[in-house]
Design a protein around this ligand. Structure first.
Ligand code: PCA
Length: 146
């Protein structure tokens, strides 16, 4: 493994465990910490999703999005920034996550980082593209059945 694995990223779409971008960008190049959620709203943009984080004005809206937290090196973080079009298509921000399940190596909630990066979608999605479950894998599964 690479040495300075000191960044934590919450992924919710094509970077999720088992998905296309995970396979080349994260698999064997990162450590999965666990399954987590954060406050936000998820939209489909076609073959991938975008999350919009709550603004101060939506403090009462209780929407949640699901994904996984990975520990990555400087090098992998740079790859992810490139992939996500950091600064235009997506903006890398810090969010607080809550864990649903933590891998054995990170036994307690205290050890698992709760302030982590996320790629927030940088444009305005269409309301009819909302993913009510907030879970890209649930959404893909529903599409398969439809
Ligand atoms: N890739 C990033 C953002 C959306 C996407 O498809 C992710 O999985 O978090």
């Amino acid at each position: 493994m690479t040495s300075n694995n000191n960044h934590y990223v919450f992924v919710y779409g094509t970077l999720r465990h088992g998905q296309g971008n995970w396979a080349w960008a994260l698999k064997n190049r990162s450590t999965m910490i666990g399954y987590a959620s954060t406050r936000g709203t998820m939209y489909t943009l076609g073959g991938f999703p975008g999350v919009i984080l709550p603004s101060i004005a939506d403090f009462m809206i209780d929407k949640v999005v699901y994904g996984e937290v990975f520990e990555v090196s400087d090098e992998v973080l740079k790859t992810l920034d490139c992939l996500e079009g950091e600064g235009s298509m997506y903006h890398r921000r810090k969010v607080l996550v809550e864990y649903q399940a933590i891998k054995k190596e990170f036994r307690s909630d205290d050890e698992a980082p709760t302030s982590v990066f996320i790629y927030e979608y940088g444009r305005t999605p269409r309301e009819h593209n909302l993913i009510p479950s907030g879970d890209w894998l649930v959404y893909l599964n529903e599409q398969r059945k439809a």
